[in-house]
Design a protein around this ligand. Structure first.
Ligand SMILES: [Ca+2]
Ligand SMILES: [Ca+2]
Length: 144
């Protein structure tokens, strides 16, 4: 990215359906974080004045799952409903970002089974929802 913005970005606007993977260092290296929707405050995300490179994903991402709370750790973004979380993502998500205008329902078991919770906005901590490391399938929908 341009040197004028290196280590200076504090907020992001991400076009609907797109996601941005931010990286701490040049050449897509170092710590990374994926953003979907707008992120008005990278301070809270512990990524303020940190980004030195990024990748734009123009797929139809609607929901991003994160390994840890506060959108940290590994991430996985998806556009569609999944009767089964992809390899490595069963019982792993601890926070979720949801594109504005969409909702997602997380299910305890594969094939939309077991207990479930509905998210209509970003959820930084699934522990508080009693759903940490529990989601095995998900179903997305337009919420308006
Ligand atoms: Ca986790
Ligand atoms: Ca599960």
């Amino acid at each position: 990215m341009s040197s004028a913005l290196d280590n200076r970005v504090s907020s992001l606007k991400v076009k609907p359906g797109h996601s941005v993977q931010m990286y701490q260092y040049f050449n897509h290296s170092g710590r990374s974080m994926t953003i979907i929707g707008d992120e008005p405050n990278l301070v809270a995300r512990k990524f303020n004045d940190t980004m030195s490179s990024f990748k734009l994903n123009t797929g139809k991402a609607r929901v991003c799952f994160y390994e840890d709370v506060d959108y940290a750790g590994a991430s996985y973004c998806t556009d569609a409903s999944a009767a089964q979380m992809p390899n490595g993502w069963n019982d792993r998500a601890s926070s979720v970002r949801v594109q504005p205008g969409y909702s997602v329902r997380l299910y305890q078991h594969n094939g939309y089974g077991g207990s479930s919770i509905s998210l209509t906005k970003n959820e930084p901590n699934l522990v508080g929802r009693g759903f940490n490391d529990a989601a095995s399938s998900s179903r997305g929908a337009k919420s308006n």
